[in-house]
Design a protein around this ligand. Sequence first.
Ligand SMILES: Cc1ncc(C[n+]2csc(CCOP(=O)(O)OP(=O)(O)O)c2C)c(N)n1
Ligand code: SF4
Ligand SMILES: [Mg+2]
Length: 338
Amino acid sequence: MSVENQLKFTDFKSDQSVKWCPGCGDHAILNSVQKAMANLGYSNEDVAVISGIGCSSRFPYYMETYGFHTIHGRGSAIASGVKVANPKLKVWQITGDGDALAIGGNHFIHTIRRNVDLNVILFNNQIYGLTKGQYSPTSKRGFISKTSPFGTVESPFRPGELCIGARGHFFARCIDKDLKHSVEMMEEAAGHQGTSIIEVLQNCVIYNDKTHNAITDKAHSEDRTIKLEHGKPMIFGKEKNKGLLLDGLNLKVVTIGENGVTEGDILVHDAHCEDTTLHLKLADMEYPDFPVALGVIRAVKAPVYDQCVETQLEEVQEISKIKSFNDLIHSGDTWDVE
Ligand SMILES: Cc1ncc(C[n+]2csc(CCOP(=O)(O)OP(=O)(O)O)c2C)c(N)n1
Ligand code: SF4
Ligand SMILES: [Mg+2]
């Protein structure tokens, strides 16, 4: 698309009134997606936005693109079908921690394993918002909710660990209210061929307010998160004097200038490394022991499902005796499949 014709982010807003609660993190994520699509030079008809069920999954209504608000947990099955049927479409899937990791858990891991070219935005508010506050597979151990009045007695999924464990090739994390960084993550995901998972730490102001506050709060965020960038040293903190290094098989937080540690000792982030060991460790870091990793943790090239299907179809059509519907009906009632 020429620069003169490039759409503005407002061109991706539909005429529907947005029904999320005032103050919900979903509003910021909607803006980030629209900004990213405008920056990427998309046309409205280039895109299909597919979702399951949940507050987050109302997203397609608000986008001036193709879209489908489908059934609970099944967004990725439908998004996969859309992408395979029309590989030219840019398919973005919107899902919540309940939609993707509870009822849709099986679909989530197999879509990742297949590496279908989808941009999946996982809104992680650690709660079922739409159904009014039941605990979810990402709620912290001991979390008190309507369905866990005495606190949960189970450990949560870590979406990054699940993604990498399912042989995922792209995983990034960002914070709903950090629009600039979220837009960057969405652009990175869009540029990646294959399933891209972006976990957005999202605030549900009604049923799980401030759940991410320990790390998203402005006063502490720089000391409690690390923004990873490929090829850059893993340095963080308000003073930019903290870093990560490997101590045996484990990551360790160090202070540059103390105990003989210099900037040269700090690990350099390699998001493109095929080996998952370090990416898993980075994705699993939790506050207070570690800073929470933001940014693109893993982005590795691998064969893409929909492209492989397309190639295979062309190859089979090339050698098939049946080239058209007419050939099919005139070929008799039975025929040999070689
Ligand atoms: C088959 C089926 N089971 C249960 C539900 C009820 N239900 C709707 S949304 C939802 C959970 C949504 O949570 P999440 O995906 O985290 O989205 P959020 O509302 O937090 O954005 C549930 C259990 C349903 N709609 N369909
Ligand atoms: S219930 Fe929570 S997640 Fe749902 S719209 Fe309201 S604030 Fe957002
Ligand atoms: Mg949720």
